[in-house]
Structure formats: C-alpha cells, structure tokens
Design a protein around this ligand. Sequence first.
Ligand code: GLC
Length: 609
Amino acid sequence: MIEGCSVSPADPNPDVHPGSVARPDWWKSAVVYQVYPRSFADSDGDGVGDLGGILDHLDYLELLGVDVVWLSPVYRSPMADNGYDISDYHDVDPLFGTLEQLDELIAQLHARDMKLVMDLVVNHTSSAHAWFVESRSSTDNPKRDWYWWRSPRPGHEPGSPGAEPTNWGSAFSGPAWTYDDRTGEYYLHVFTPHQPDLNWENPEVRQAVYAMMRDWLDRGVDGFRMDVINVISKVVGPVGADGRVTLPDGVVGGERDPRWPGVVDTDVFADTPAFVLNGPRVHEFLQEMHRQVFAGRPPGLLKVGETPGCPVEEAVLYTDPSRDELDMVFQFEHVDLDSGPKGKWDIRPMTMLRLKESFGRWQNGLAEVGWNSLYLGNHDQPRCVSRFGSDAPEHREQSAKALATVLHLHRGTPYIYQGDELGMGNPGFTRLEQLRDVESLNHYATAVARGENPADVSRALAYKGRDNARVPMPWDASTGAGFTTGTPWLDLHPLSGSVNAAAQVDDPDSVFSHYRRLIALRHAEPCVAHGTFRMLLANHEQLYCFERSFDDTRLLVVANLSSTADVVPDLSELVAWSSAEPLIASVPGSSPTPTDPLAPWESRVFRLT
Ligand code: GLC
C-alpha cells in the first residue's frame, strides 16, 4: 500500500483484467497513457525515441498502473507533421523500428494485462502515400477522386493567390489548397500541403480504410484513437459542370469560429470549420465503419474519436452506445478557454471559473448518454501544469497533483500524457531555433510577415506551442536524461536533472506516486467510474469541489486550484461529511477533514459509505 492512500496500487482493474470477465465498457474504469514515440525513449542513440525505447520502459507503465497505451503514429512517414502524415499504413517507419517490434509491444502489453490503441490518421494521408502519388499522376487516374482535386477559380491565374477553388484556410496557416502544375488542379489539405485530405465521399476510399483497420485488429491491437475523425465529411454543394460535387466559399473577414483555434487568418480566409467539422455524413461514415470493421468481433475494442469543435450535443450523438459510432470523444472546449477572438495564439488568462463551467456542462451533458475522454494535455497542447496549474517552483508539484486529482475523479476516461505523471511543466523556450513543430514555425512566418511583433509571436509560441509537450521524457539525471545517448531531436527540459522518473518512482510523496494512487482508486472504487457527478461551490474562484455518488457510496473531491493559502471550503453541506474517510491527500502525512482550510494547490478525496 502506498502511504497516504487506503487503496493498494497493486489492485488489478477487475473490469479489464482477463482473469475476470471483461466488461464491454471496461474503458470506463480504465486509465489511458499516451506515448508520443519520438519523445519517449531512444534505444539506438539517434536522438529520436523509438519502439525499442518503449519496450524498455514497460515496467514503468505497469508500475504506474495504466490499462491502455495509446501510441501516437509510428507508421512510415516523411514526418512533415511528426508522423501524422502517413505514407504507408501497413509498416513501421525505420526511425521508430520494425513491425516485429510492434508485434512484440502488443504481446508484451497483453502479457501485462494492458492494451494497445493505435493512432488512426485517415482524414488525410501523406502526399508521399502511394494513393496520392497515383492520384496526382493524371486527371483520369482511377485514384484521382480519392482526394479532393478541383480546378482553379475561373478568371484567376492558376497558382496565384485567390485562384484557390474555395477560400478555405488551413489549420496550419495559409490556404487549404495547393496547386499541382502537373495536372493544373488544386488539392485540398485542411492541415499542411503534405497532408492531402482523403475524399470520404468515394466508397472505394472508405473500403480501403476499413480494410486497413481490419488488418490492424487482426494483428492484435485493441482499438484506435481516431485523429480529427470529425473532419472526414465535408460540406458539399451540387454536382458542378465538371461532374464533381462543388465545394462552397465562405465569408471572409467574418468572426473567427472559436471551434477551430488554428485558423487565425480570417481577414484572408473564410471560416473553414463550418465546412469541415461534424459534416453532414460523419455519423453515417462512423456507423458504416462500425459495421465493416468492429461488428462481429469480440466486444470491447476501443474507439476514441479526436473531435475538435464538437459541442456536447454532438458528442452525445458520437458516443451514444445505441448508435454504434464511438466510445468516447476528445473534445476541445477547455483547451480553447485561453484563446482570444483572434484564435489560438491570441492568448487570454485561463480562469478556473470558466474551466469549472465548461467541465461541469460536459459532465451534465453526458450524464445520461455518452462518454467523454478526460484530458488536460497531449502532444498538441502545452503542459497542463503551466497552463491550468502553476509551474512556479514552490507550486509545481502540488498543482500537478491537484490537477490530476480533479481530472481523474471526473466521470469519463482519464488520459495521461507522458511526463504529466512527473509534473513536467513547459520548458520555457527562449529561441525560435529551439522549435521544431510545423504549426509553430508556419505561424511564426505568417504572423511576422503580417507585421506582428516577433517578440510577441515568440512569447505566444513559448506558452502554447506544441513542442512544449514534445520535449523528451526525463528518465534520470544523466546527461541525456536517460532518454538518449545521442543528441536529442528537441532540447531536453532544463529541469530534467531534478524532475525525472528515477527521482520519483520510489518516493511515496512524488507526483508519480500520487498518480498511482488515483489510478488505483479508479480500479478499486466503482463510484469513480460509474458514479453521478454534482458540482459544488460552482462560483468559488479557488476551490474545485464536487461529489460523486454510486449506490451507497459517495466521494467528495475538494481541491484548491489556486496559489492562495488557507482557503476554507465554507459549504454548509460539507458538515455532513465530517465522518468521511480521507482516501487521497496531496499533502504528505496529512489526515484532513472536508472542512479544513486548504494550502495552495492542495487536493483531497473523501469517501462516505
Ligand atoms: C491531430 C493530431 C495533430 C495533427 C493533426 C493533423 O489534431 O493530434 O498532432 O497535427 O491532427 O493530423
């Protein structure tokens, strides 16, 4: 048993453990750990993480107690977007290792009662994928219609600004169309020009994707995290003179659509989200995918959809079990709370009241039907401690614990992004040369060309850029942080010497041990997975406080999400909790009661039976 917790972390998850009869919705009591392979562990000294590195650290994941590993893409890729541009869905990129190592990873995870969920990137391929190479080769190639090819706008010089078939902007700066002079047409890419969008209207495309997914399930993977899956269905108009459906223009210079934080150039481009998010056929496609890929297989394969710009009402549709679409979504509302009217890089303070309002609304919206993924960070977001907590030296650890406590006790499936369990904060980039991410570099070039102050742009990138989360995992205090013996592809975190796994795994007061306790609690206490949720003190500016109920058990979470000392939970109904058992306390050695004042970023969980 770990000190400070009445739950043994060694308890297996009875819902997942093959020794018991696994529930089809086992994922409600599971915790997922995201591995971003490039930054996890490098086994061959080339400075880039790989499958060998993951295989070397499975004991660590088992000790933490997670049930599922979500592996960001390891497929063959030119790496224009770090693997989210796939050129061969059936092979592993040599940078990351071999297919045999992936098989080994599946086998070893299964031997440890863990599951492997692969990233599925099928809104687009790489422009180096054989499908696209064929498609771009001629206008009458059989795969021409597998992508969105359209003629230049009439009356404009092909390839010149304004000649794009529609006025949509890309999520990573610039237009969403690139001209290909070989055939004199443009192709659509919601992301970089190296990521052409597949045309899901074409049934052959869908069949090819489903066949590939079946192959992976046959290989033994346990499900998919589906990249921007709500972007696959585009709004189309009637069939045009060229025999292809038309794609409509939007209004330029209108209000930015807050659902798509990446698109910032609304003075130049139209509001792309309206045409690509949650499109008219997306539910039909997902139901078809279910029939063709998952139906008839043993229940319990995991289907997680990444769904930017998905309101809670839409999430209910995606995750209603009777609709056979997805098990849960990754929604983006809370990670856009610190974006201003000009988008992602127009940074506003992240306030706790807004976070509570948003999370609370999602808890209510999915209370009866549907399910949510719970996350505060991933490979696309800055470190949660620096964003929602405090990475000041005196608060970093406690705020990492408080955020984890609050997140893991919500209704939904928690996701841990590698390094969050160590309390890693943003590294504090100071130079543009330190950045590698295509989104950040494109934004810098576009914003500065538009006349923005380079220092302001850099500051925004240092706070919110995706490289923050991609800094290599610190395993120990050695020169390469135990991540690599070579030169890391992205600078190590400056605190790697002290904030690392070796320093934390055996320390009962560490952030790592706190995460272990939270995971163990979810496995042992059904109320965490299945209980109802009620927000308390909704308007309190420091306290995040809520209650969960299941059968005769009630859980109470009280967390001070602020750097203010001695915050008193002045709620009369907490008196009824005076006999409650403290389950998890973030301050070492404390045995608090529900009404005790809280220190900065202190968090507590109580149980009343
Ligand atoms: C998703 C991925 C992100 C990627 C984008 C395009 O949002 O998480 O990393 O850049 O899709 O594939």
